[in-house]
Design a protein around this ligand. Structure first.
Ligand SMILES: Nc1ncnc2c1ncn2[C@@H]1O[C@H](COP(=O)(O)OP(=O)(O)O)[C@@H](O)[C@H]1O
Ligand SMILES: O=C(CO)[C@@H](O)[C@H](O)COP(=O)(O)O
Length: 528
């Protein structure tokens, strides 16, 4: 169908467990979708939940070739779905935040010369110097301490929008510099997962965008430049060259590279827009209004809020925003989200969410006093090692508890944690507030009901798509292309619908449990 006058836009989401792709029309309607689940579709990389646990305690990595191979695979699935790539005007994408990709010295040449006749992964098999540390990695506590000592904890938060966090790219780079200097020296450029993915599309090393770049503990979120003190604390004088110059998220990085033109039939002038972090992209896709809070239920559970000005939070993060209407954003991330729920679903109810939800409905709200904290992986907020704590109504450790009480203890405990730490970070919730849920677990109404009750706030989901990071990637492609090309697109309103409202008695049940959560959390071991 070459010569077709339709204009379409392609978005990708390189998230933790899978690569997703979506094609939308000028009115933002969804035309095609495809995805690749890393554990299932690419078993040769031996990932579990999209990642590999390293030998060192807390180390979590992913092989970048997994993501490269997944891109070829998802493109082939789009072909099968009937996508006409010649109608695509622009492409953008999202990536799991903080993860770093370490390019070899000849990577840029390889990217510049990708042949459409061979798979990407065969041509890029030697383009990476090491596996990629990802956001679940908690092995850099010593580097976080050193960075805070060098810059000052409050000053670091003022400059970069965050105190030092284990998964942030700056401390991860510092660890590489310190422990594997040969890898550091052999690296020509360091990308984030988002800018690495963008590089594959443009056939050159793409710049880091300012929004995802704020998740590194290296960027001054006011001047929008790398901060020299932070760079010095994490690497040597070559670090700023390795990182390149960061760009606004609404940047056209270049035309799509010859590989995609020759292999899939893209037009050579199809533009590639800077990729950004998945949560930044979700914020762009959710179009949060004043008082609305985004609740991303992907592998991690993440709370998101648009801000008009920067801030220096004592906990959580402030990032440069992904779109002009959200110049800054607040983010609070909990590592134990969907994968932890899924592990315990498997243990308590087999492999079915329906069976797990039957357990939830077999118990009452408040769970007869049973409360649980389940960290299958080291938690980010609060910073704590993996562990599990289940208490009965009198505060005693409970063992051999019926599965239905455990199921509710897990979910109520998670929702209480989200609320307590959101309050601590200054997220204001009042009668006009709404939680807008997105991501894999946002299809689960029983789970969203618990969030509605614990937050005393109705929960909505977006009508257009259940994955705002993915939709946001395609919409950003469309909107940036529209400005760059001077073409007006019809676009469309993005609507949300209510799925759960708090029960009238929620305020008798959950405020006392919130106070109990705060007491329990003081007693558990912390990292560092
Ligand atoms: N019905 C459901 N109830 C709860 N969680 C679900 C349900 N369906 C899928 N999920 C969860 O969604 C997660 C994947 O969400 P997704 O947003 O795709 O993650 P990511 O973007 O981090 O790869 C899975 O870990 C799965 O446990
Ligand atoms: O570390 C963070 C945010 O700071 C995570 O939210 C990652 O960005 C992974 O996202 P998901 O795959 O869970 O959506």
């Amino acid at each position: 169908m070459t010569g077709d006058s339709r204009k379409t836009f392609l978005g990708f989401d390189f998230s933790t467990q899978r690569l997703k792709a979506i094609v939308i029309g000028e009115d933002f309607s969804v035309l095609h979708e495809a995805d690749v689940e890393f554990d299932v579709d690419l078993p040769e990389f031996r990932t579990a939940g999209g990642v590999v646990r390293g030998v060192e305690r807390g180390e979590v990595i992913a092989p970048p070739l997994l993501w490269v191979k997944a891109l070829d695979m998802v493109m082939d699935r789009l072909v099968v779905a009937g996508v006409d790539f010649s109608t695509i005007e622009a492409v953008s994408g999202a990536g799991q935040q903080h993860g770093s990709v370490w390019w070899s010295k000849d990577a840029e040449t390889k990217l510049n010369n990708l042949s459409p006749d061979e798979f990407l992964h065969t041509q890029l098999s030697t383009a990476f110097v090491t596996d990629s540390p990802v956001w679940m990695d908690s092995s850099t506590t010593a580097d976080c301490k050193a960075l805070e000592e060098a810059v000052g904890p409050e000053e670091l938060s003022k400059i970069t929008g965050s105190r030092a966090y284990e998964r942030f790219t700056g401390p991860q780079i510092r660890k590489m510099f310190r422990k594997r200097p040969r890898v550091y020296q052999a690296t020509s450029r360091i990308s984030l997962v988002s800018s690495f993915a963008c590089s594959l599309l443009v056939g050159k090393i793409a710049p880091i965008d300012l929004s995802d770049g704020s998740g590194m503990n290296l960027l001054d979120i006011r001047t929008m430049q790398w901060d020299d003190k932070c760079l010095q604390a994490c690497g040597d004088e070559s670090l700023s060259t390795k990182l390149g110059t960061p760009v606004p998220s609404a940047t056209v990085v270049g035309p799509i590279c010859k590989y995609f033109v020759g292999r899939y039939g893209f037009k050579p002038e199809c533009r590639v827009i800077a990729f950004t972090g998945d949560n930044c992209s979700a914020l762009a896709g959710l179009r949060l209004r004043s008082g609305w809070v985004g609740l991303s239920l992907g592998t991690s559970d993440t709370l998101l809020l648009g801000l008009q000005a920067p801030a220096a939070p004592p906990a959580g993060h402030v990032l440069v925003g992904p779109t002009p209407d959200a110049p800054y954003m607040a983010l609070l991330c909990f590592a134990n989200g969907s994968l932890t729920r899924q592990n315990h679903r498997d243990r308590l109810a087999g492999h079915s969410w329906d069976a797990f939800n039957d357990l939830l409905t077999a118990t009452v709200r408040g769970n007869m006093g049973y409360m649980g904290i389940y960290y299958d992986t080291a938690e980010i907020v609060p910073r704590a090692p993996a562990g599990r704590w289940l208490l009965d109504g009198s505060g005693r450790g409970a063992e051999r508890v019926a599965p239905q009480f455990e199921a509710r203890a897990l979910l109520e405990g998670q929702a209480l944690a989200r609320r307590a730490h959101a309050e601590d970070m200054g997220f204001k919730l009042d009668k006009s507030s709404r939680l807008i849920a997105t991501g894999g677990a946002s299809v689960n109404k029983e789970l969203l009901q618990i969030f509605a009750d614990v937050f005393d706030t109705p929960v909505y989901v977006q009508d257009q798509h259940g994955n705002a990071a993915l939709l946001g990637a395609a919409i950003r492609a469309a909107e940036v292309w529209s400005v760059a090309s001077g073409t007006t697109l019809p676009g469309s309103e993005l609507n949300v619908s209510p799925v759960a409202t708090p029960y009238p008695d929620h305020d008798k049940i959950y405020p006392p449990m919130l106070a109990r959560y705060r007491q329990i959390i003081e007693t558990i071991p912390k990292l560092g």
